[in-house]
Design a protein around this ligand. Structure first.
Ligand SMILES: O=c1[nH]cnc2c1ncn2[C@@H]1O[C@H](CO)[C@@H](O)[C@H]1O
Ligand SMILES: [Zn+2]
Length: 347
């Protein structure tokens, strides 16, 4: 089953660049720029970059981004880590990918526009080498002043014809509410950019409703606590919002105490559109295939249901209807071929 899942064409919509660097690359980039590492041993560094088992909050989990952000501050580094992420995604047949990061956290040496251009160069390089398409989402950070979010939104608008497709709000949800960033999201929407917002991850359902009502979110990052409020669930359904679910990440940020508590199956049964994502591949030491395998093993998602979840990712992708239709046709035909070949593995 593991092999089969890896072969399936996939989409990933919720993936942070700075949480998904290869350990070896972090080592090399730190060496290049003489950045001090907690350990020079690759195994030790892998452990350092991963979330620890006793991590008990999102705020603590977010400390894992300090070192990757330090080593990513040059054009060369940004292009490299982006390219490598496309390569890692292509290895497990991810065919459509949306990569997110906060450009304003990467300006120790570069101007924000240079940051975006360096990432876009990595995307282009990866797309030329592998058969996959990637788009970019820029993250506003909730702990920063709302004016910084407006700056991020303007940057996204400036690059909207070059592969930046959306705006996100990320960071410590429990301590910073979404509505303060309303203006940035208005700016994005006005210019035709898509919107997704981290909400209902480590704070309550009301944040999901606020993200939809104030920030005009089309997708919600996580949103797992939506079920705490009936009105929020109704708003999600009415607005046709998709939840970007990242089950392992939720376990790691302590948003759920154990997997049995995770509402993914409940939302799926209730007909709420959901997609499956890793969130942060390095921090969670995870691939998308492993995440689907976990859903198969622990939540009883069948192969047919996994395929349906994958197609939900296309339907919620920040691309045109025409591009979505094209991908759906391609995926369906690939599903058939793969299922044909591997019929014996299917239980
Ligand atoms: O699960 C998450 N919830 C909220 N914020 C996150 C999560 N994962 C990463 N980031 C934040 O998003 C920034 C841009 O990529 C990262 O630097 C991290 O601070
Ligand atoms: Zn996230």
């Amino acid at each position: 089953m593991e092999k089969l899942i890896r072969k399936l064409p996939k989409t990933e919509l919720h993936l942070h660049l700075d949480g998904s660097l290869r350990v070896k690359t972090v080592l090399e980039l730190a060496e290049d720029r003489e950045i001090e590492l907690p350990t020079a041993d690759q195994k030790g560094l892998a452990e350092y970059l991963q979330v620890s088992e006793d991590c008990d909050s999102l705020a603590e989990y977010l400390e894992k981004f300090d070192l990757p952000l330090k080593v990513m501050q040059t054009e060369k580094a940004l292009t490299r880590v982006t390219y490598e992420l496309l390569e890692d995604a292509a290895w497990e047949n991810v065919k459509y990918l949306e990569i997110r990061f906060a450009p304003l956290l990467l300006t120790e040496e570069l101007r924000p526009a240079e940051v975006v251009e360096a990432v876009l160069a990595g995307v282009e390089k990866g797309e030329n080498k592998y058969e996959l398409q990637a788009n970019i989402i820029l993250c506003c950070m909730r702990h920063q002043d709302p004016s910084r979010s407006i700056e991020t939104a303007q940057l996204a608008v400036d690059y909207s014809d070059q592969g930046v497709v959306g705006l996100d709000l990320a960071g410590d949800e429990a301590n910073f509410p979404p509505e303060e960033h309303e203006e940035a999201f208005k700016l994005a929407a006005g210019a035709g950019l898509h919107r997704t917002v981290h909400a209902g991850e480590t704070a309550g359902a009301k944040n999901v409703k606020k993200a939809i009502d104030y920030l005009n979110a089309e997708r919600i990052g996580h949103g797992i606590r939506s079920k705490e409020d009936k009105e929020t669930l109704e708003t999600i359904k009415e607005a046709g919002v998709t939840l970007e679910i990242c089950p392992t990440s939720n376990l790691h940020t302590n948003a759920v105490t154990d997997l049995e508590q995770h509402p993914i199956r409940e939302y799926y049964e209730a007909g709420i559109p959901i997609t499956v994502n890793t969130d942060n591949r390095t921090v969670s030491n995870l691939t998308l295939s492993q995440e689907y395998l976990m859903l198969y093993r622990e939540f009883g998602f069948s192969l047919a249901e996994i395929q349906e979840l994958i197609l939900s990712g296309i339907k919620a992708a920040f691309i045109s209807d025409k591009e979505q239709e094209k991908l759906i046709t391609e995926f369906k035909s690939e599903f058939e071929t793969i299922a044909g070949i591997d019929n014996k593995i299917l239980e």
